[in-house]
Design a protein around this ligand. Structure first.
Ligand code: ATP
Length: 567
């Protein structure tokens, strides 16, 4: 086939569509996902559209119109998609165009054209316009027409909402290859970075702290398959609440000086909110931040500073709420904090150092917390969803529609999985200390999606003779071995002096040891006359109905034993 006859490769992108911000990403030919900056250089593009005269503004430009032109500026609309007016919480749209009731659900009435009657724009229409602008930015950057995309949505997006989102995107000529869950996309962004061909099995908690909401999900990653084990949401906890902490703080200062409350005037409040958001972001990087607003209220300018310690104290309650959400999603998954191998912090608010350190404190030190403040190699939390979506888009770009259905990660959530870990116990007549001992190895962790198959080899015996292999249902138990307080204080006295941020709270580092114990023996196999140091291979096959097939043999030897246990 000549070059000209080769099928044209589709140009596909990933889109993270948030209530506050959206991002677009693509995968370069070397497989790396990159987030695209729009014409203004923004990678986090506010999901805002504003109408002034005959112009439509988008992103950061539109967001700045929240001060001068709030009633023609549409913001925080994503979660309204596919909802009836009675079911929405309009609080976030308080300082922008107000949602109104419409036969299709929710709409906005804005002066879209100069000298014309206001138009009614449905949430679907606004979504189409927003996605069109994102598509144009991506096409501009890549210098190519964009054919398709993968879009991320929260795990609680309903079927109806997903359908409307797909239709709204299609209206721009953009084929939606797949809609995937935000936490799965964040996990994909990290797993794509691992250099192993077989991803390590682990249980991951994705904590997404955005602008208007916080979502937590526990995901089991087994053999490259993801299973959502539990999700939890807080719709009243996000970056906006952190902004409000500073709005209240500076308002009090302003009132003291000028006897007027900037929160009582809509325009002053809008100005203060925008500046407080910028101040808050500075505090994620430095120990203090300035705020400077010309003519804030009553004709008075406002200049002040705030330090990180103060801000952390003022926002402590919000951080407590986030910690509470994490604990409750782990509990909902029927797990213990020490069952979580990794925590991925996603969403813009996850840049906040204090939040990352608070999360790290509640987990044992063996749990990796992926956030800029706890790991210098962490990915940018604001970019995870878009990156994951771009990776998925490049993986499925050339698939047929039904194959995409098959590869849908959320579909994995309905596959059966192992309720308990399955272990292998090797009885050794002479263990490490010269005494007979049983060694328990976890073969398949709990929550492994089935069917599954694993093979492992063990040293059968240190002395030679018969080897008894038992396949067991295991039980993992956590033993808290946190050192007693006095010991810890002694150890930390010298090295913690200059950490000004930590002085109002004790930094508890938990040390939790995991012990695997046998709960129930499922099957036994005896391998006769195994030579000293010879290896024994055990193969376990778990069918979809949980039927187990066990095969055990001496490596290099003849024959072996095989048995089946119904599920
Ligand atoms: P949602 O759908 O919950 O509204 P989103 O996914 O649209 O959220 P994100 O970009 O994840 O939005 O998060 C936006 C929030 O993150 C804003 O409140 C913003 O102020 C905050 N944020 C962004 N960068 C930082 C930073 N460096 N430090 C602290 N907060 C930040």
């Amino acid at each position: 086939m000549s070059d000209s006859e080769e099928p044209q490769q589709k140009t596909v992108i990933g889109i993270a569509f948030g209530n506050s911000n959206s991002s677009i990403a693509f995968t370069s030919p070397d497989g790396k996902a990159e987030v695209i900056a729009n014409e203004e250089g923004d990678r986090q593009i506010p999901s805002v559209l504003s109408y002034v005269g005959d112009e439509e503004y988008h992103g950061a430009q539109a967001k700045s119109h929240l001060v001068r032109n709030p009633k023609n500026t549409i913001a925080y609309f994503r979660d309204f998609l596919g909802k009836s007016f009675a079911d929405i919480d309009p609080t976030n749209a308080h300082s922008s165009a107000h949602p109104i009731q419409h036969e299709t659900g929710v709409a906005f009435s804005v002066e879209e054209k100069a000298d014309a009657e206001p138009s009614t724009l449905t949430v679907s229409e606004i979504t189409t316009r927003h996605i069109r602008r994102l598509q144009e930015s991506a096409a501009d950057f890549l210098g190519k027409k964009i054919d398709g995309c993968v879009i991320t949505v929260p795990t609680d997006f309903s079927e109806a909402q997903r359908k409307l989102l797909a239709e709204a995107s299609k209206a721009t000529g953009l084929e939606v290859l797949q809609i995937i869950h935000e936490p799965v996309a964040s996990l994909l962004a990290y797993t794509a970075r691992e250099e192993t061909s077989h991803p390590v099995d682990k249980t991951v908690l994705v904590l997404d702290i955005g602008g208007t909401r916080t979502d937590a999900a526990v995901i089991a990653s087994r053999g490259g398959m993801f299973t959502l084990l539990a999700t939890q949401h807080d719709y009243e906890l996000g970056g906006r609440q952190f902004d409000d902490v500073l709005v209240d703080h500076f308002s009090k200062e302003f009132i003291k000086k000028h006897k007027t409350d900037p929160r009582e005037n809509e325009r002053s409040l809008a100005k203060l909110k925008l500046e407080c958001e910028a101040t808050k972001k500075t505090l994620s990087l430095s120990n203090s931040a300035q705020i400077s607003i010309e003519s804030l209220a009553g004709g008075f300018d406002f200049h002040s500073t705030v330090n990180k310690l103060r801000y952390d104290l003022l926002s402590k309650k919000l951080a407590d709420q986030i910690v509470g959400l994490v604990e409750s999603v782990v509990k909902k998954a029927g797990m213990d904090l020490s069952d979580i191998n990794e925590v991925i912090l996603a969403g813009g608010t996850s840049h906040t150092p204090k939040i990352a350190s608070r999360i790290q404190q509640i987990f044992p030190s063996t749990t990796a917390v992926q956030a800029p403040a706890t790991n210098p190699n962490a990915l940018n939390p604001s970019e995870l969803s878009a990156r994951g979506a771009a990776i998925q888009a490049s993986l499925i770009a050339e698939f047929e529609a039904e194959d995409i259905e098959q590869s849908t990660h959320p579909a994995v959530t309905v596959t059966p999985h192992l309720p308990k870990p399955i272990g292998v116990v090797i009885h050794s007549p002479e263990g490490d200390e010269g005494k007979a001992e049983d060694k328990v190895y976890v073969f398949l962790d709990a929550e492994t999606a089935v069917p599954a198959r694993r093979t492992a080899t063990f040293i059968g015996t240190q002395v030679g003779g018969d080897v008894l292999i038992r396949i067991v249902e295991a039980k993992k138990e956590s033993v808290d071995i946190t050192p007693p307080k006095e010991v810890k204080e002694k150890a930390t006295d010298e090295d913690d002096e200059d950490d000004e941020d930590d002085d109002e709270e004790e930094e508890e580092e938990k040390v939790i040891k995991r012990v695997t114990e046998v709960e129930k023996v499922i099957a036994e196999a005896l391998l006769k006359d195994v030579k000293k140091g010879q290896k024994v291979e055990v193969m376990l096959n778990v069918a979809g109905d949980l039927t187990l097939t066990i095969t055990a043999r001496v490596v290099g030897g003849k024959g072996g034993v095989r048995g089946t246990v119904p599920g």
